[in-house]
Design a protein around this ligand. Structure first.
Ligand SMILES: [Zn+2]
Length: 424
């Protein structure tokens, strides 16, 4: 039986719910390959905590209270104002002492419970702690904890949505978000179908055996009408997710030049102009955004025009390739250092939203031309993916093959069913 038929059978038989499965394991050689510079937790049991021997010290653990500030906390422990002032000085560049957050852990370290305060340790997140040391001269240091990275796997069937399926098997939001990012270029997660299935290979970080966070998704598989693989690849500025052929998950053009978009006026061959009160073509899309919002180049390119026009206000034109160019109008100001001939990359800030020229309010009028003719970028079939440079492809393929093998080893839910004797 073909895989798709097995899948269909399982869905019809209603047994797919039973075989949703999460498998956790790690392979250390694999881990070292991916994280050559990460330190492993020392396995030998240590009797030191925050650099203080456990036998000779008392550790009083507490949480920062709402509205509690560090200076008051330390003064309550008998630290003088003079010392606190020194501490604030020495904290500069190490940790902003005004950043202690209610609800997070701190530890007071003393010789004995009535003794003077030797050290105050604050834990801004699971990966770091800050040690304020009052012995001898005052000192401040931020210490990065050793953490272990394990490669874990997960797999599941879609019943209603990716979200439901992944939370059902105990995956946290961070994994779901990263999975959507990893496969978003290939799979439309708003249109998943019952019976689709996925497999994941991802990093989970551990400190002292406790899970503390998610790393990268290093490979993922999604099968709907056909199989989709995505592979995470670290390679300088090309680091990111790629499909089997080396196409980047990044679009070659962003959908809009500003984030959190609100389209205030669409591209039109015949619109009533808000200022001229006449019907005129509008060869652009207006995005309303607060004054000063950064405007990004939607794709890599070269600045070919930067100037001011009575209608356009401050504007920048970027040429992306032989066919496409984009123009951004009504800027309040240009990005620092930007000039004609500057190379810009996708997402780079080229200016800021304003209402210079003929504009009723702060917005960016975004225009795209193809072979010098205006086109509606929202209707245009733009090249969808950035491909990896040829020089890097062979290297990528070696990595791809090892990841795809790991993904295939996870096994599909259907083969699990076979192993468990669920097939007739
Ligand atoms: Zn416009």
């Amino acid at each position: 039986m073909q895989r798709s038929k097995i899948k269909k059978f399982l869905v019809e038989a209603g047994v797919y719910v039973l075989i949703v499965n999460v498998a956790f394991f790690s392979f250390l050689g694999f881990k070292n390959y991916f994280n050559p510079d990460r330190k492993q937790t020392d396995d030998s049991s240590t009797t030191e905590k925050f650099g203080f021997t456990e036998e000779d010290h008392v550790f009083i653990e507490a949480k920062v209270q709402p509205n509690q500030i560090l200076a008051n906390l330390l003064m309550d422990e008998g630290i003088s104002y003079e010392i606190i002032k020194q501490l604030f000085e020495k904290s500069k560049g190490v940790f902003n002492v005004n950043n202690i957050v209610a609800g997070l852990n701190y530890t007071l370290i003393k010789k004995d419970s009535c003794g003077e305060l030797l050290s105050f340790v604050y834990e801004p997140d699971p990966f770091n702690y800050v040690v304020y040391d009052f012995r001898d001269s005052v000192s401040v240091k931020k210490v990065e904890r050793d953490y272990e990275v394990k490669i874990e796997t997960a797999q599941g069937f879609i019943e209603s949505s990716l979200w439901n399926s992944m939370t059902d098997i105990g995956l946290e939001y961070a994994v779901i978000g990263k999975m959507e990012e990893a496969l978003g270029a290939q799979v439309d997660f708003h249109r998943v179908q019952q019976g689709d299935f996925y497999k994941l290979l991802f990093e989970r970080k551990y400190i002292d055996g406790q899970p503390v966070g998610i790393g990268n998704i290093i490979g993922a598989y999604y099968e709907n009408d056909r199989p989709h693989y995505t592979i995470y690849w670290e390679s300088g500025e090309d680091t990111g997710y790629y499909d089997e052929l080396g196409n980047s998950s990044k679009k070659s053009f962003l959908k809009a030049p500003v984030k959190f978009i609100k389209i205030s006026s669409k591209f039109s061959y015949n619109r009533l102009h808000p200022i001229h009160k006449r019907h005129k073509p509008h060869y652009g899309t207006d995005y309303a955004a607060p004054h000063g919002t950064p405007i990004h180049s939607v794709a890599d390119g070269v600045v070919v025009e930067k100037g001011y026009g009575s209608g356009n206000g401050n504007y920048v034109k970027v040429k992306h390739d032989k066919s496409y160019a984009t123009t951004y109008l009504h800027m309040s100001r240009f990005a620092k250092g930007l000039r004609k001939g500057t190379r810009v990359s996708q997402g780079q800030t080229i200016g800021y939203v304003g209402s210079t020229g003929l504009a009723t309010g702060p917005h960016v009028c975004f225009r795209m031309t193809k072979n010098n003719r205006p086109v509606n970028h929202l209707k245009e079939r733009l090249p969808s993916m950035k491909a990896l440079p040829h020089a890097k492809l062979q290297h990528f393929f070696i990595h791809r093959d090892s990841i795809m093998q790991k993904i295939d080893e996870i096994g599909t839910p259907a083969t699990l069913a076979l192993n468990e004797g669920m097939m007739p």
